[in-house]
Design a protein around this ligand. Structure first.
Ligand code: DAH
Length: 347
């Protein structure tokens, strides 16, 4: 083995011993660098005779090429090893179960309200929404419920310790009935401007609040207010509208509707609306589902309308009640606990 073979072997051994790029580059400098061993050999050629120079030069260059090849091969090895390490470190376990994507759905109360809206829309009713923080004037006074009258305690609500710009106290609305006033007032104004008196036919769904909480009462629940006023609208129309609602909503003809005399300050006469199914799991029991009545003349005046010209009825449906009856839910609290085991059944 000549000195050049020994040199190549030494370089190969040094490169193989280098475990990282930096060590390899150091080893390279020792052989191929400015004062490396190969460079020194090439410098030494100058001292040789021309004949020898050529032969020796060719040998050194061969050795140099072999060393460069060894360097390149080791560089590639190290790079591959590094990549391998990195891949291992960043390995993904594709067999792990995924997080899954939640599939949402409408709450049973939202579904119920949407259904009822569609049924009323098919009977020519507009759908209106209004504020949940309401003046106590709209909530009570405009609805013929004078201040300090004991009937206010039927709907004791949460008061807000703030007055509006007109100095009226604010409260969380205890029913959707103030929407009768808001909607009818807006219509009365628009109609007066247009010199027309079209009928008012509207429902107003939304959240309402009471100081009340047990298995059948929640401090927040949902109502759907209804109002139909015209020149000649009567209880007969209310009965037709309500029976049509029940028929379409529960998809049955096998039921009775009953008006049970009651009292509300904003209607005269007033009635609770009960329904009784002739078949199915609820058959035979009277179920109270709404309050209703003929709109009181004073309330029609508060709308800004003439009770001699406009007559009609109003009603307030318990939307949660409708949802519970339709889906066979027996505890109102289930509706508002947010428990996915319950809610996911409605996806
Ligand atoms: N606002 C009443 C309540 O919450 C329900 C009601 C009764 C609404 C009679 C009406 C009505 O529009 O005419 O108990």
């Amino acid at each position: 083995m000549n000195d050049l073979d020994t040199l190549v072997k030494a370089a190969q051994a040094d490169f193989a011993a280098a475990r990282q790029g930096a060590a390899l580059e150091d080893a390279k400098a020792r052989f191929l660098g400015k004062s490396g061993r190969v460079t020194e050999l090439l410098k030494g050629l100058g001292a040789l005779a021309p004949e020898q120079k050529k032969a020796r030069g060719a040998e050194i260059n061969q050795a140099k090429a072999a060393i460069e090849a060894a360097l390149q091969a080791r560089r590639e090895q190290l790079a591959e090893a590094e990549l391998e390490l990195q891949l291992q470190a960043e390995a993904l376990d594709v067999t792990l179960p995924g997080r899954g994507r939640g599939v949402g759905g409408l709450h049973p109360v939202s579904r119920t309200i949407e259904r009822i809206e569609a049924i009323f829309a098919s009977m020519g009713f507009d759908v209106a929404e209004g504020p949940e923080i309401e003046t106590d004037w709209m909530s009570f006074t405009a609805l013929n419920n004078p201040e300090n009258h004991p009937a206010r305690s039927m709907q004791d609500t949460f008061y807000v310790d703030v007055k509006d710009a007109q100095g009226r106290w604010l409260c969380l609305r205890p029913h959707t009935s103030p929407m009768q006033v808001r909607y009818a007032q807006a219509h009365a104004k628009a109609n007066a401007a247009a010199h027309t008196t079209p009928e008012i036919r509207v429902i107003a769904p939304g959240r309402v609040y009471r100081v009340d909480s047990d298995a059948t009462h929640s401090p927040m629940f949902h109502q759907i207010e209804g109002l139909w006023l015209g020149a000649n609208v009567s209880f007969k129309d209310l009965k037709v509208v309500f029976a049509s609602l029940v028929r379409a909503f529960f998809e049955t003809d096998d039921f009775d509707v009953r008006f049970r005399p009651s009292f509300f300050p904003f209607t005269e006469p007033s009635a609770e609306i009960d329904i009784r199914f002739g078949s199915g799991p609820l058959a035979g029991r009277w179920l109270e589902v709404a309050g209703s009545g003929q709109v009181h003349p004073q309330v029609v005046r508060n709308f800004g309308l003439d009770p001699e010209q406009q007559i009609g009825f109003a009603f307030g449906i318990g939307a949660d009640r409708f949802a519970m009856l339709r889906y066979g839910i027996d505890d109102l609290r289930l509706m508002f606990d947010g428990d996915l085991r319950f809610l996911s059944q409605f996806r």
